[in-house]
Design a protein around this ligand. Structure first.
Ligand SMILES: Nc1ncnc2c1ncn2[C@@H]1O[C@H](COP(=O)(O)OP(=O)(O)OP(=O)(O)O)[C@@H](O)[C@H]1O
Ligand SMILES: [Mg+2]
Length: 316
Protein backbone atom coordinates (compact mmCIF):
# COMPACT_ATOMS: atom_id res chain seq x y z
CA UNK A 1 0.00 0.00 0.00
CA UNK A 2 1.48 3.36 -0.88
CA UNK A 3 2.01 6.05 1.72
CA UNK A 4 -0.87 8.35 0.78
CA UNK A 5 -3.53 5.63 0.74
CA UNK A 6 -2.12 4.41 4.05
CA UNK A 7 -3.24 7.72 5.56
CA UNK A 8 -6.85 7.35 4.55
CA UNK A 9 -8.81 6.39 7.65
CA UNK A 10 -11.63 3.96 6.99
CA UNK A 11 -14.53 3.45 9.37
CA UNK A 12 -18.14 4.54 9.62
CA UNK A 13 -19.18 2.65 12.75
CA UNK A 14 -20.49 4.84 15.60
CA UNK A 15 -17.59 3.66 17.81
CA UNK A 16 -14.96 4.80 15.30
CA UNK A 17 -16.74 8.00 14.33
CA UNK A 18 -17.05 9.02 17.98
CA UNK A 19 -13.32 8.45 18.45
CA UNK A 20 -12.49 10.54 15.37
CA UNK A 21 -14.67 13.41 16.54
CA UNK A 22 -12.96 13.56 19.94
CA UNK A 23 -9.53 13.23 18.36
CA UNK A 24 -10.24 16.15 16.09
CA UNK A 25 -11.21 18.30 19.07
CA UNK A 26 -7.94 17.37 20.79
CA UNK A 27 -5.96 17.95 17.55
CA UNK A 28 -6.87 21.61 17.58
CA UNK A 29 -4.98 22.04 20.86
CA UNK A 30 -1.43 21.20 21.86
CA UNK A 31 -2.46 18.79 24.57
CA UNK A 32 -0.66 15.45 24.99
CA UNK A 33 -2.71 12.56 23.65
CA UNK A 34 -2.41 8.95 24.77
CA UNK A 35 -3.76 6.27 22.43
CA UNK A 36 -4.24 2.85 23.93
CA UNK A 37 -5.49 -0.18 22.08
CA UNK A 38 -4.60 -3.64 20.91
CA UNK A 39 -1.98 -4.29 18.29
CA UNK A 40 -3.09 -3.47 14.74
CA UNK A 41 -6.03 -1.23 15.71
CA UNK A 42 -4.57 1.80 13.90
CA UNK A 43 -2.84 3.77 16.66
CA UNK A 44 -0.04 5.00 14.43
CA UNK A 45 -2.45 5.99 11.67
CA UNK A 46 -4.51 7.94 14.22
CA UNK A 47 -1.40 9.66 15.59
CA UNK A 48 -0.62 10.85 12.04
CA UNK A 49 -4.23 11.97 11.70
CA UNK A 50 -3.92 14.11 14.85
CA UNK A 51 -0.80 15.71 13.39
CA UNK A 52 -2.47 16.42 10.04
CA UNK A 53 -5.43 18.03 11.76
CA UNK A 54 -3.27 20.21 14.00
CA UNK A 55 -1.70 23.61 13.46
CA UNK A 56 1.60 21.71 13.28
CA UNK A 57 0.65 19.89 10.05
CA UNK A 58 3.39 21.57 7.99
CA UNK A 59 6.15 20.71 10.48
CA UNK A 60 7.61 17.19 10.84
CA UNK A 61 5.90 14.15 12.33
CA UNK A 62 8.63 12.06 13.95
CA UNK A 63 7.98 8.58 15.34
CA UNK A 64 10.04 6.68 17.89
CA UNK A 65 9.28 3.05 18.63
CA UNK A 66 10.34 2.77 22.27
CA UNK A 67 10.39 -1.04 22.05
CA UNK A 68 12.87 -1.07 19.19
CA UNK A 69 15.50 1.28 20.64
CA UNK A 70 18.86 -0.42 21.02
CA UNK A 71 19.94 -0.60 24.66
CA UNK A 72 22.41 2.17 25.41
CA UNK A 73 21.51 4.21 22.35
CA UNK A 74 18.05 5.26 23.46
CA UNK A 75 19.15 8.49 25.10
CA UNK A 76 21.03 9.60 22.03
CA UNK A 77 18.11 8.67 19.77
CA UNK A 78 15.82 10.93 21.78
CA UNK A 79 18.05 13.79 22.81
CA UNK A 80 20.92 13.57 20.31
CA UNK A 81 24.65 13.57 21.09
CA UNK A 82 27.71 15.61 20.26
CA UNK A 83 30.68 14.28 18.37
CA UNK A 84 32.96 12.25 20.64
CA UNK A 85 30.31 11.81 23.38
CA UNK A 86 30.94 8.05 23.33
CA UNK A 87 32.82 5.48 21.27
CA UNK A 88 31.34 5.50 17.80
CA UNK A 89 29.91 9.03 18.06
CA UNK A 90 31.86 10.21 15.03
CA UNK A 91 29.60 13.16 14.29
CA UNK A 92 26.93 15.25 16.01
CA UNK A 93 23.46 13.70 16.01
CA UNK A 94 20.56 16.11 16.52
CA UNK A 95 18.20 13.47 18.02
CA UNK A 96 14.52 12.94 17.32
CA UNK A 97 13.22 15.67 19.62
CA UNK A 98 15.18 18.25 17.68
CA UNK A 99 14.03 16.71 14.37
CA UNK A 100 10.41 17.13 15.48
CA UNK A 101 10.82 20.87 16.21
CA UNK A 102 7.53 22.68 15.66
CA UNK A 103 5.82 19.38 14.88
CA UNK A 104 4.64 16.19 16.55
CA UNK A 105 6.69 13.53 18.31
CA UNK A 106 5.00 10.13 18.32
CA UNK A 107 6.16 7.80 21.09
CA UNK A 108 5.05 4.32 20.11
CA UNK A 109 4.95 1.48 22.66
CA UNK A 110 5.69 3.95 25.42
CA UNK A 111 5.29 1.22 28.06
CA UNK A 112 8.62 -0.24 26.91
CA UNK A 113 10.61 2.92 27.66
CA UNK A 114 13.39 2.42 30.24
CA UNK A 115 13.09 4.12 33.64
CA UNK A 116 16.18 6.20 32.89
CA UNK A 117 14.68 7.66 29.68
CA UNK A 118 11.33 8.10 31.44
CA UNK A 119 13.01 10.42 33.96
CA UNK A 120 14.66 12.47 31.21
CA UNK A 121 11.48 12.64 29.16
CA UNK A 122 9.53 13.86 32.18
CA UNK A 123 12.04 16.63 32.71
CA UNK A 124 11.71 17.64 29.06
CA UNK A 125 7.91 17.62 29.27
CA UNK A 126 7.95 19.82 32.33
CA UNK A 127 10.54 22.35 31.21
CA UNK A 128 10.69 21.99 27.40
CA UNK A 129 14.45 21.58 27.89
CA UNK A 130 16.88 18.72 27.40
CA UNK A 131 20.56 18.01 27.12
CA UNK A 132 22.15 16.07 24.24
CA UNK A 133 24.51 13.29 25.38
CA UNK A 134 27.98 14.70 26.04
CA UNK A 135 26.81 18.32 25.88
CA UNK A 136 26.70 20.89 28.68
CA UNK A 137 24.22 23.05 26.81
CA UNK A 138 20.50 22.99 27.50
CA UNK A 139 18.44 22.79 24.35
CA UNK A 140 14.85 23.84 23.95
CA UNK A 141 12.27 22.24 21.67
CA UNK A 142 8.65 22.95 20.90
CA UNK A 143 6.99 19.62 20.14
CA UNK A 144 3.55 18.15 20.62
CA UNK A 145 3.52 14.65 22.06
CA UNK A 146 1.32 11.74 21.05
CA UNK A 147 1.98 8.45 22.82
CA UNK A 148 0.64 4.96 22.13
CA UNK A 149 0.56 1.72 24.05
CA UNK A 150 -0.92 -1.73 23.71
CA UNK A 151 0.00 -2.55 27.30
CA UNK A 152 -1.93 -1.66 30.43
CA UNK A 153 0.18 1.29 31.59
CA UNK A 154 -1.66 1.55 34.90
CA UNK A 155 -0.53 -1.99 35.67
CA UNK A 156 3.03 -1.05 34.79
CA UNK A 157 2.79 1.85 37.23
CA UNK A 158 1.57 -0.54 39.93
CA UNK A 159 4.46 -2.94 39.32
CA UNK A 160 7.00 -0.11 39.27
CA UNK A 161 8.12 -0.35 35.64
CA UNK A 162 6.45 2.93 34.66
CA UNK A 163 6.77 6.21 36.57
CA UNK A 164 3.53 7.40 38.06
CA UNK A 165 4.34 11.10 37.53
CA UNK A 166 5.05 10.48 33.84
CA UNK A 167 1.88 8.41 33.57
CA UNK A 168 -0.24 11.34 34.74
CA UNK A 169 1.70 13.79 32.60
CA UNK A 170 1.04 11.69 29.46
CA UNK A 171 -2.45 10.60 30.27
CA UNK A 172 -3.99 14.06 30.05
CA UNK A 173 -6.36 12.98 27.27
CA UNK A 174 -6.54 9.18 27.03
CA UNK A 175 -8.26 7.57 24.07
CA UNK A 176 -9.24 3.94 23.73
CA UNK A 177 -8.84 2.76 20.14
CA UNK A 178 -11.47 0.03 19.74
CA UNK A 179 -10.53 -3.47 18.66
CA UNK A 180 -12.14 -4.60 15.43
CA UNK A 181 -14.50 -6.89 17.33
CA UNK A 182 -15.76 -3.77 19.15
CA UNK A 183 -16.59 -2.10 15.83
CA UNK A 184 -17.96 -5.01 13.82
CA UNK A 185 -20.03 -2.60 11.73
CA UNK A 186 -16.78 -1.64 9.94
CA UNK A 187 -15.59 -5.12 8.95
CA UNK A 188 -17.47 -5.26 5.62
CA UNK A 189 -16.41 -1.74 4.62
CA UNK A 190 -12.77 -2.37 5.55
CA UNK A 191 -12.66 -5.57 3.50
CA UNK A 192 -14.17 -3.97 0.42
CA UNK A 193 -12.13 -0.73 0.57
CA UNK A 194 -8.81 -2.33 1.48
CA UNK A 195 -9.30 -4.92 -1.29
CA UNK A 196 -9.95 -2.05 -3.73
CA UNK A 197 -6.76 -0.26 -2.71
CA UNK A 198 -4.69 -3.43 -2.90
CA UNK A 199 -6.10 -4.35 -6.29
CA UNK A 200 -4.97 -0.96 -7.64
CA UNK A 201 -1.57 -1.40 -6.06
CA UNK A 202 -1.08 -4.93 -7.43
CA UNK A 203 -2.91 -4.16 -10.69
CA UNK A 204 -5.03 -7.28 -10.22
CA UNK A 205 -8.84 -7.50 -10.54
CA UNK A 206 -10.41 -7.52 -7.06
CA UNK A 207 -12.16 -10.70 -5.86
CA UNK A 208 -15.67 -10.49 -4.40
CA UNK A 209 -16.83 -12.16 -1.18
CA UNK A 210 -20.16 -13.99 -1.22
CA UNK A 211 -22.61 -13.71 1.66
CA UNK A 212 -21.43 -16.84 3.48
CA UNK A 213 -17.82 -15.63 3.35
CA UNK A 214 -18.79 -12.14 4.57
CA UNK A 215 -20.85 -13.63 7.42
CA UNK A 216 -17.91 -15.71 8.49
CA UNK A 217 -15.58 -12.68 8.42
CA UNK A 218 -18.09 -10.59 10.38
CA UNK A 219 -18.16 -13.18 13.14
CA UNK A 220 -14.44 -13.72 13.36
CA UNK A 221 -12.77 -12.13 16.41
CA UNK A 222 -9.77 -10.58 14.54
CA UNK A 223 -7.13 -10.80 17.30
CA UNK A 224 -4.66 -9.00 15.01
CA UNK A 225 -7.26 -6.33 14.18
CA UNK A 226 -6.96 -4.23 11.00
CA UNK A 227 -3.43 -5.41 10.30
CA UNK A 228 -4.68 -9.02 10.23
CA UNK A 229 -7.65 -8.01 8.07
CA UNK A 230 -5.38 -6.24 5.61
CA UNK A 231 -3.09 -9.26 5.38
CA UNK A 232 -6.06 -11.51 4.71
CA UNK A 233 -7.31 -9.18 1.95
CA UNK A 234 -3.86 -9.27 0.37
CA UNK A 235 -3.70 -13.06 0.49
CA UNK A 236 -7.22 -13.45 -0.94
CA UNK A 237 -6.53 -10.91 -3.70
CA UNK A 238 -3.51 -12.86 -4.84
CA UNK A 239 -5.15 -16.28 -4.61
CA UNK A 240 -8.64 -15.38 -5.91
CA UNK A 241 -8.14 -12.32 -8.08
CA UNK A 242 -11.30 -11.62 -10.13
CA UNK A 243 -13.18 -14.56 -8.59
CA UNK A 244 -15.93 -15.00 -6.04
CA UNK A 245 -14.75 -16.14 -2.61
CA UNK A 246 -17.00 -18.40 -0.56
CA UNK A 247 -16.60 -19.34 3.10
CA UNK A 248 -14.83 -22.59 2.18
CA UNK A 249 -12.02 -20.54 0.61
CA UNK A 250 -11.25 -18.71 3.85
CA UNK A 251 -8.33 -19.77 6.03
CA UNK A 252 -9.05 -22.52 8.53
CA UNK A 253 -8.64 -20.38 11.65
CA UNK A 254 -11.32 -18.02 10.41
CA UNK A 255 -13.77 -20.77 9.43
CA UNK A 256 -13.27 -22.64 12.69
CA UNK A 257 -13.33 -19.63 14.96
CA UNK A 258 -17.10 -19.45 14.58
CA UNK A 259 -17.66 -22.65 16.47
CA UNK A 260 -14.98 -21.88 19.05
CA UNK A 261 -16.09 -18.31 19.69
CA UNK A 262 -18.14 -18.99 22.78
CA UNK A 263 -15.96 -19.34 25.82
CA UNK A 264 -18.81 -18.78 28.25
CA UNK A 265 -19.30 -21.71 30.57
CA UNK A 266 -22.21 -22.19 32.88
CA UNK A 267 -21.18 -21.61 36.51
CA UNK A 268 -21.97 -24.41 38.99
CA UNK A 269 -24.28 -22.04 40.82
CA UNK A 270 -26.36 -21.65 37.66
CA UNK A 271 -27.66 -18.47 36.03
CA UNK A 272 -30.98 -16.82 35.31
CA UNK A 273 -31.22 -17.16 31.54
CA UNK A 274 -33.93 -14.55 31.09
CA UNK A 275 -32.01 -11.96 33.11
CA UNK A 276 -28.89 -12.67 31.09
CA UNK A 277 -30.84 -12.30 27.87
CA UNK A 278 -32.23 -8.92 28.94
CA UNK A 279 -28.77 -7.78 29.97
CA UNK A 280 -27.34 -8.73 26.56
CA UNK A 281 -30.18 -7.02 24.70
CA UNK A 282 -29.50 -3.86 26.67
CA UNK A 283 -25.74 -4.04 26.16
CA UNK A 284 -26.22 -4.50 22.41
CA UNK A 285 -28.38 -1.37 22.29
CA UNK A 286 -25.83 0.59 24.29
CA UNK A 287 -22.94 -0.55 22.09
CA UNK A 288 -24.76 0.53 18.94
CA UNK A 289 -26.14 3.78 20.39
CA UNK A 290 -29.67 2.46 20.07
CA UNK A 291 -29.43 1.28 16.45
CA UNK A 292 -31.77 -1.73 16.50
CA UNK A 293 -30.60 -3.28 13.21
CA UNK A 294 -26.96 -3.21 14.33
CA UNK A 295 -27.87 -4.41 17.82
CA UNK A 296 -29.73 -7.35 16.27
CA UNK A 297 -26.74 -8.17 14.07
CA UNK A 298 -24.21 -8.30 16.91
CA UNK A 299 -26.49 -10.71 18.75
CA UNK A 300 -26.84 -12.90 15.64
CA UNK A 301 -30.60 -12.20 15.47
CA UNK A 302 -32.85 -10.96 12.70
CA UNK A 303 -34.31 -7.52 13.36
CA UNK A 304 -37.68 -9.15 13.77
CA UNK A 305 -36.43 -11.64 16.38
CA UNK A 306 -34.66 -8.81 18.19
CA UNK A 307 -37.76 -6.60 18.31
CA UNK A 308 -39.81 -9.55 19.48
CA UNK A 309 -37.48 -9.98 22.47
CA UNK A 310 -37.45 -6.27 23.29
CA UNK A 311 -41.22 -6.39 23.41
CA UNK A 312 -41.28 -9.57 25.44
CA UNK A 313 -39.14 -7.98 28.16
CA UNK A 314 -40.76 -4.56 27.76
CA UNK A 315 -37.41 -2.99 26.98
CA UNK A 316 -38.77 -0.70 24.31
N1 LIG B 1 -9.03 3.17 10.16
C1 LIG B 1 -8.19 2.56 9.30
N2 LIG B 1 -8.43 2.62 7.97
C2 LIG B 1 -7.62 1.99 7.11
N3 LIG B 1 -6.53 1.29 7.45
C3 LIG B 1 -6.23 1.21 8.74
C4 LIG B 1 -7.05 1.84 9.75
N4 LIG B 1 -6.51 1.60 10.95
C5 LIG B 1 -5.42 0.83 10.72
N5 LIG B 1 -5.23 0.59 9.40
C6 LIG B 1 -4.16 -0.22 8.81
O1 LIG B 1 -3.92 -1.30 9.70
C7 LIG B 1 -2.52 -1.53 9.86
C8 LIG B 1 -2.14 -1.37 11.33
O2 LIG B 1 -2.27 -0.01 11.72
P1 LIG B 1 -1.25 0.69 12.74
O3 LIG B 1 0.16 0.33 12.40
O4 LIG B 1 -1.58 2.14 12.78
O5 LIG B 1 -1.70 -0.05 14.07
P2 LIG B 1 -1.09 0.03 15.55
O6 LIG B 1 -2.25 0.15 16.46
O7 LIG B 1 -0.05 1.11 15.58
O8 LIG B 1 -0.47 -1.41 15.73
P3 LIG B 1 0.76 -1.88 16.72
O9 LIG B 1 0.29 -1.72 18.13
O10 LIG B 1 0.95 -3.31 16.35
O11 LIG B 1 1.92 -1.00 16.38
C9 LIG B 1 -1.82 -0.57 8.92
O12 LIG B 1 -1.59 -1.23 7.69
C10 LIG B 1 -2.82 0.55 8.75
O13 LIG B 1 -2.64 1.19 7.51
MG1 LIG C 1 2.05 0.89 15.88
Amino acid sequence: MNKSSNFELLGKSPEFQALLRSLEVASATDVTVMLSGESGTGKELLARHIHRKSRRQHAPFIAINCAALPEGLAESEFFGHIKGAFTGAIADNPGRIHMAEGGTLFLDEIGEMSLDIQAKLLRFLESGEYQPVGSQIQRHADVRLVAATNADLRKKVDTGSFREDLYYRLNIIPFHVPALRERTGDIGLLIVEITKRLSTEYQLPAPTYNKAAMDCLQHYAWPGNIRELRNLCERMLILFSGKEINDGNLPREIRHQQTRRWTFSLPDTGIKLEELEQELLQQALEKTSGNQSQAARILGLTRYAFLYRLKKYQLQ
